[in-house]
Design a protein around this ligand. Sequence first.
Ligand SMILES: Nc1ncnc2c1ncn2[C@@H]1O[C@H](COP(=O)(O)OP(=O)(O)OP(=O)(O)O)[C@@H](O)[C@H]1O
Length: 260
Amino acid sequence: MEQALLEVSHLSKVYKRKGGPDFSAVKEVSFSLSKGETLGIVGESGSGKTTVAKMVAGMLPLTSGSIVLDGQPVESRRSKNTKQNIQYIFQDPVSSLNPRLKIKDILAEPLKLYFKLSGEALDNRIHKLLDDVGIPKSYQDRYPKELSGGQCQRIGIARALAAEPSIMVCDEPTSALDMTIQSQILELLQELQRSRGISYIFIAHGLEVIYTISNRVLVMKQGEVMETGATTQVFHSPQHAYTQTLIQSIPKIELPYFEY
Ligand SMILES: Nc1ncnc2c1ncn2[C@@H]1O[C@H](COP(=O)(O)OP(=O)(O)OP(=O)(O)O)[C@@H](O)[C@H]1O
């Protein structure tokens, strides 16, 4: 069998709470991710989705478990290479960008860090990235506050792409945006996946989004995996009572998305 790009095994997270009991937010979560695949993570608020995503992206230390990327165990103190390879797209596109930097400087950071680009090569790469995410070149001299939410999310995606990652962790990347903009951002992410073979770990509250974008789904509740499988299988014949309840909660109006 082909080796998975990412193997996550028995991942757990215990948060130490000052003056209160420790809190076990993620318990023995395991999954794999192949090249070019999208794994959707769903579950009610507080089920541990972001905690899993941040551990995978190296933004939060693991309490226990292991993460293997391309056959190599990922150490808790990550090498530059691992950080580069797994990029994060944030829920709030505006606050995820440094307000004091111009767009070109936001994109220049990863290009200088990972590829030591400067001068004309750096400028050209910035222009190409802006083009890849559908933002006019002239916007490079603007500040994030001069862009709309959707445009800021495009810049967040361009910043992640600048690192040329194999995996992007998308943590509710469209939930702060209105419906039309949401679908444009989803289309952009799908197009980038088709052209570059990037793998996504995709968190969303909207199950329709997960259904549209994911090849496989992981259903979480109270820090544990309730069910995992191919998207069509989980949506059309959910095995676990919790998943059945989640699927039933999808508004009827959205049912045309489903090819029963
Ligand atoms: N730094 C922290 N310290 C203590 N507890 C935390 C911390 N971060 C998260 N938690 C708790 O861990 C649990 C899981 O949180 P997490 O944000 O991973 O859930 P989630 O499924 O992503 O939720 P949401 O859908 O609302 O974003 C929650 O009960 C949360 O309150």
